[in-house]
Ligand binder design. Structure first.
Ligand code: PMP
Ligand code: GLU
Length: 392
């Protein structure tokens, strides 16, 4: 079969591929521990599951909804923005879609023309670059230096800007580094984007998963001008342990939201109706289950970070949010005789049965990613396996 050039030049998502490989080995009966996926290990809170069950039982979940989402869910998002972003929005500024991932896809399809450039600070979450390529745009990587907590500066962005630069991707707290831009850094970046007429794609999906007193400031909350220049991406997957429900949302200027809704209407029609009812409960119901999960992540981070830092050759900056550790393993690779991080990650999997994600897919060829969205016993066992791998 002759497949399209578009799909042939696409990479498989390395996070999903690493998880699939680990599951395959487990199914063969191998003793594999997987820290691959950024997916909370808690079941979705009971009140949220009940809301979906009721919607199904009452027959409300049987039908299509408007493409951009149930009016009640959009109202819940408007209210959520008043509470967590501190500014008012109208419901015509909201698109609910099949996961934050599909919101991102609709955004790139709506604003990118062939050859348009998108600035992506590295390390970056795996799907941005391929989605941009699907829209025939060109990802332009700007290195977030480790000594600057993997964050980029306005000077670096300005140096990468050309007449074709259309969008800047900003993901804070970051997947995979867990670092958070300060309000001051964001204001400088936001003002630069406004002055240069560059759209900001603010992927805030980890905004509430912050630890040890660190705070998240949404770039869109900093000024009216920045807000008009920004499309916010968020969703319920990470905050409420709802990865399987596939509900994300985008908030921005009505014209852009309308364009993105057109993409969604021609591809998915609407996000699953029962899942939308669950999301209403997630956003409007008790936030206690969320806080319990957040505290569990914080405890895991505080336990596992010092243990990881003791593994020979693993150098790690302590993350401030999200649920990933992203150690630099350059020295560990040298100790074990590897020069390629993907081969190094593969060797860890084969020799001690620990599945991690190679930094290569995140534009970071000296790092590996561990997700600590898993139970404490598995995390401690993972460190033991890493120690064993480095010793043998
Ligand atoms: N953005 C980032 C940075 C992510 O890590 C994820 C996780 N998959 C997403 C977007 C997409 O989230 P979802 O589609 O599950 O809502
Ligand atoms: N975002 C999560 C991760 O990075 C889920 C997998 C994916 O969508 O890539 O692991």
């Amino acid at each position: 079969m002759k497949l399209s050039n578009r799909v042939l030049q696409m990479e498989e998502s390395v996070t999903l591929a690493a998880n699939a490989r680990a599951k395959e080995l487990m199914a063969q009966g191998k003793d594999i521990l997987s820290l691959t996926l950024g997916e909370p290990d808690f079941p979705t809170p009971e009140n949220i599951r009940q809301a979906a069950i009721e919607a199904i039982r009452d027959g409300k979940a049987s039908f299509y909804t408007v493409t951009s989402g149930l009016p009640e869910l959009k109202a819940a998002i408007v209210n959520y923005f008043a509470n967590y972003y501190g500014y008012g929005i109208e419901s015509n500024q909201v698109l609910v879609a099949t996961g934050a991932k599909f919101c991102l896809y609709s955004f790139f399809m709506s604003v990118i023309d062939p050859g348009d450039e998108v600035l992506i600070p590295t390390p970056y979450w795996v799907s941005y670059a391929d989605q941009i390529k699907m829209a025939e745009g060109r990802p332009v990587f700007v290195e977030g230096k480790e000594e600057n907590q993997f964050k980029v500066t306005v000077d670096q962005l300005e140096a990468a800007r050309t007449a074709k630069t259309k969008v800047l991707v900003l993901n804070t707290p970051s997947n995979p580094t867990g670092m958070i831009y300060t309000a001051e850094e964001l204001l400088a970046i936001g003002n630069w984007a406004v002055a240069q007429d560059i759209l900001i794609l603010a992927d805030d999906i980890y905004g509430r998963l912050v630890y040890n007193g660190h705070e998240f400031t949404p770039i869109s909350s900093l000024s009216e001008a920045i807000r008009k220049q920004t499309l916010v991406i968020n969703g319920v997957s990470k905050t409420y342990s709802m990865t399987g429900w596939r509900i994300g949302y985008a908030v921005g200027e009505p014209e852009l939201i309308q364009a993105m809704s057109k993409v969604a209407g021609q591809t998915t029609s609407n996000p699953t109706t029962a899942a939308q009812y669950a999301a209403i409960e997630a956003l409007t119901g008790s936030q206690e289950p969320f806080e319990t999960m957040r505290q569990a992540f914080e405890e895991r981070l505080n336990t596992i970070y010092p243990l990881l830092a003791e593994v020979p050759g693993f150098e790690v900056v302590k993350p401030q949010g999200a649920f990933y550790l992203f150690p630099n393993v350059e020295k560990a690779m040298a100790i074990k005789g590897y020069t390629d991080v993907t081969a190094f990650t593969q060797a860890i999997l084969e020799e001690v049965g620990l599945a991690l994600v190679t930094g290569a897919g995140f534009g970071a060829p000296k790092n590996v990613r561990l997700s600590y969205a898993t139970d404490m016993a598995s995390l401690k066992e993972a460190i033991k396996r890493l120690q064993k791998f480095m010793k043998d």
